[in-house]
Write a protein that binds this ligand. Structure first.
Ligand code: MN
Length: 236
């Protein structure tokens, strides 16, 4: 068995094609950071073998799951992903398994912790900052400011970083134990972290699609936390 940490990744699902799918950007980022990516197919049992868990990006989340009726701007939802990922995330949070949530994945983490999201930021917050960029994914288009004392501020040692942005939803009320790790200049939450957890980080941008040392550092830190978890749980 590999000594490298196993990182479970939740894939997207197409009802039309009856297929699971994942961008190789996610698996490449994990491999590059020293982990072994493993795709998780929805099922009843918790994947006991994982040392870390990456919730990937995707479509919208059913608003009924965070106590709201859907507005017109809410997009396509995936009941299969919603129920599997929420159950998985709740259990992973309880076990303090290292978690990285990207885009939709960050929103899933926040909802699993009892928080909420904006169904559409343009309509519900009135922000005019362009969060649905018309530029290639590797290209950053807006800045984020790490919160003081946050994991991102320690990791980056920078006042702001430029990130890509392909979302129309975002975290609204924080879940229990979550705190803001970074904001965009319009005050929107762009990253969250688990205050009392060994490594729980959610980012609204797509670090896996960017070629930047700051984003590589994020994956390296995550995989390192997974390696520590692997050691911890193998102790007699
Ligand atoms: Mn954004």
């Amino acid at each position: 068995m590999s000594e490298k940490p196993l990182i479970g990744i939740t894939p997207d699902y197409s009802y039309e094609k009856r297929r699971f799918k994942i961008s190789e950007d996610y698996t490449n980022a994990i491999t590059k950071a020293g982990g072994v990516p493993v795709l998780l197919i929805p099922g009843e049992d918790f994947p006991e073998f994982i040392d870390g868990l990456l919730f990937s990006g995707g479509g919208d989340i059913n608003p009924l799951l965070f106590g709201e009726e859907p507005i017109w701007e809410n997009g396509e939802i995936s009941p299969l992903r919603d129920s599997y990922e929420l159950a998985l995330c709740k259990e992973a949070l309880a076990r303090d398994i290292p978690l990285l949530g990207i885009c939709r994945g960050m929103q899933i983490m926040n909802i699993a912790a009892g928080g909420g999201i904006y169904q559409d930021i343009a309509v519900q917050t009135g922000t005019t900052l362009k969060h649905s960029q018309q530029a290639p994914r590797p290209c950053g288009t807006h800045s984020v400011i790490p919160a003081e004392g946050s994991l991102l501020s320690r990791l980056w040692q920078a006042e702001k970083i430029i990130v890509n942005s392909v979302h129309h939803q975002a975290v609204s009320t924080l879940g229990n134990g979550m705190r803001v790790a970074a904001q965009s200049p319009d005050g929107l939450t762009e990253a969250i972290e688990g205050a009392e957890k060994s490594f729980v980080l959610g980012v609204q941008w797509h670090p896996e699609a960017m070629e930047a040392k700051e984003q590589d550092a994020l994956f390296a830190h995550f995989v390192q936390a997974a390696a520590h978890y692997r050691e911890r749980r193998r102790m007699p």
